[in-house]
Design a protein around this ligand. Structure first.
Ligand code: GDP
Length: 313
């Protein structure tokens, strides 16, 4: 194995991952996905970021929400509500099949890596998609309204509480999954997709030994900033920067990545920040990083692969 190891959260990460999958052969792409957001609903194991990446690569994702399946219905959820179950976490009817199958295979003793491989295979995803770890890591958010699991903060409270701290429970003892471990040993380049630095990239970096292994990684390590013009494209990244005491900007992202990355890609609208990011010791490139169309995703993926020096399909 060689090629690109892409590290991703959900929606932002999945956009670039889709672009990479269009231009790299399947054995030249391994996607490692955050599982700190995983949780249990109605007795089922839900892996929101893994599913976003998997559905996006399978061409089944809902383009409007960025999560869930296209053309989804919610009859099972309505029925659960009628039965008195809490239904603040949206689960579509077809999406439920994924969680039922995942939970059943996990209960029979499969690892999350193995289950993910199986699900991807059945949905026609050809590159490798692996959870960051097979161990249980859970992101917990300390807020002005108390300590809560990530999905409660993100979905139930719509990211409204003020964030004071983030804890990745279990990460200190969690080893990278076998697919992640292999890619760390064999990949030619590491790409940090434009994902939330705190709650998508943060848990991956918190796993046992991962930060150090990435610091020692010999090939190019490239971050694409998820902050454009001082704001997040979607989600709470900018709000989290402010609440944790820093002005959101690509410079703030770059500070978090210095030492981990050799290259930093920011948006053209932030080109004025280039000299300051260069001072952090990275090669900095400005380009259009806002992805809406398939062409945007492929173009940015080509740009990143150019920096990584990996051969295309
Ligand atoms: P989540 O787990 O579903 O929130 O997804 P991620 O963590 O992967 O992505 C969220 C981050 O992606 C946010 O900080 C967004 O600002 C960023 N993002 C989303 N779309 C884009 C895009 O088109 N370009 C860039 N540069 N960042 C994006």
């Amino acid at each position: 194995m060689a090629g690109v190891l892409a590290l991703a959260g959900g929606v932002g990460g999945a956009k670039l991952v889709w672009g990479l999958a269009q231009i790299l052969t399947p054995d030249n792409l391994t996607v490692v996905v955050n599982t700190g957001d995983d949780d249990e609903f109605h007795g089922l194991h839900v892996s929101p970021d893994l599913d976003t990446v998997m559905y996006t690569l399978a061409g089944m994702a809902n383009p409007e929400t960025g999560w869930g399946l296209v053309g989804e219905t919610f009859q099972a959820l309505a029925a659960l509500q009628k039965l008195g179950a809490p239904t603040w976490f949206n689960l579509g009817d077809r999406d439920l099949a994924t969680h039922i199958r995942r939970t059943e295979l996990l209960r029979k003793g499969s690892t999350l890596s193995h289950v993910t491989e199986q699900l991807c295979q059945h949905l026609g995803v050809r590159c490798r998609v692996a959870p960051m770890t097979d161990a249980r890591v859970r992101t917990t958010v300390t807020t002005d309204q108390g300590v809560m699991p990530f999905q409660e903060y993100f979905v139930k409270h719509r990211c409204e509480p003020q964030v004071k701290d983030l804890v990745f429970k279990g990460a200190d003892w969690a080893l990278p999954s076998p697919g992640f471990d292999k890619a760390l040993r064999e990949a030619d380049a590491i790409v940090f997709c434009p994902s939330n630095p705190f709650v998508s990239i943060g848990p991956i970096m918190a796993l046992q030994g991962v930060r150090q292994r990435i610091e020692l990684f010999k090939g190019p390590r490239i971050t694409i900033s998820p902050i454009i013009g001082g704001e997040a494209v979607k989600g709470p990244a900018a709000k989290m920067f402010r609440e944790l005491g820093e002005e959101p900007s690509s410079l703030a992202v770059a500070r978090r990545m210095s030492g981990l990355c050799t290259h930093f890609v920011l948006d053209n609208v932030d080109a004025a920040l280039v000299p300051q990011v260069v001072k952090l010791g990275m090669q900095v490139e400005a380009t259009n990083t806002f992805m809406t169309t398939p062409e945007d995703k492929i173009r940015l993926a080509m740009f990143v692969c150019g920096l990584a020096g990996v051969s295309l399909k």
